[in-house]
Design a protein around this ligand. Structure first.
Ligand code: SAM
Length: 284
């Protein structure tokens, strides 16, 4: 008997992966957590039935959500990660000796515990002495800080359930306050392809663009995410993601990556016309 994991991308489009075995499942106080093993994508994590990461393609998402802002803001020392309980974002951040502290605010401790047990390729970083985990709602956590962080990376679930508050104007306004004057906010910015995802992307973009003077969007191809076309937001008070990036310096760091490179960094901010139109529709 074959076992398949299927994620509904729309009412009329689904994505399925053949499963070798289910490794873990638990309904926590916040969501249903499942970890599976598969032929094609290796081990993968889903939350409430939505794909979070797979062993095969997580490098794309985690490299792009970290190395783009770290190349644009090479002096970042104090980082706030909201979400990211699987550890992939922290793993990529820890490759920079210049980073002194990573506060990781994950609402669900069960995600951290299950990823540490079954997904060591991402979660091994969470025991690093530079990583400090806070098990609480990122929306509330960020209210407490002003002029504190060089970078905030919002590695959250989608804008419903526990992640909903992380796509609000209040949240982005509090991120603005919590960032230093030359701080940078990066967020997973949903997808432009399917109608519902595009609407979520537009809402997030408008709220960020209303909160930050510089607000740009870049993209990557992530096969296991809906449509594969995924976006990231880059916002700041005065740092431009390409003009202020020090590509020569980044290339001297010797950080070996499988997806990110400094040429792709520039190209990622050039978007398809339909995506430009989607974003410009909600910009002032
Ligand atoms: N890369 C994935 C994506 O793009 O969907 C996200 C991965 S990570 C597992 C998402 C994490 O955000 C989850 O562990 C979830 O528990 C956490 N999360 C959701 N809402 C949160 C909130 N309000 N505060 C802190 N963490 C939250």
């Amino acid at each position: 008997m074959e076992l398949w994991f299927t994620e509904e991308h729309t009412k009329n489009a689904r994505f399925s992966i053949k499963v070798k075995r289910a490794l873990f499942n638990k309904t926590s106080d916040f969501q249903r957590i499942d970890i599976f093993e598969s032929e094609e994508y290796g081990r993968f994590l889903t939350l409430d039935g939505y794909m979070m990461l797979t062993e095969k393609d997580e490098f794309i998402y985690h490299e792009m959500i970290v190395h783009v802002p770290m190349c644009a803001k090479k002096d970042a020392k104090n980082i706030l990660v909201i979400g990211g309980g699987d550890g992939g974002t922290a793993r990529e951040l820890l490759r920079y000796d210049t980073i002194e502290n990573i506060d990781l605010v994950e609402i669900d401790e069960d995600v951290v515990l299950s990823c540490k047990e079954y997904l060591p390729f991402v979660a091994k970083s969470l025991d690093d002495e530079r990583v400090h985990i806070f098990y609480e709602d990122g929306l509330k956590f960020v209210r407490r800080y002003e002029n504190a962080y060089d970078m905030i990376i919002v590695d959250s679930t989608d804008p419903f359930g526990p992640g909903e508050g992380l796509f609000t104007k209040e949240f982005y306004g509090n991120c603005y306050k919590a960032l230093k004057k030359d701080g940078v906010l990066v967020n997973q910015h949903e997808s432009p392809f399917y109608e519902n995802d595009a609407a979520a992307c537009q809402r997030a973009h408008k709220r960020i663009a209303d909160s930050f003077p510089i607000s740009r969007v870049y993209s990557a191809h992530i096969p296991s995410y809906p449509s594969g076309h995924w976006l990231f937001g880059f916002a700041s008070k005065n740092i431009h993601p390409v003009k202020d990036a020090d590509f020569d310096y980044w290339n001297t760091l010797g950080i070996k990556t499988k997806y990110y490179n400094t040429n792709l960094h520039k190209g990622a901010f050039y978007l398809p016309s339909y995506v430009w139109d989607l974003l410009e529709e909600v910009e002032k």
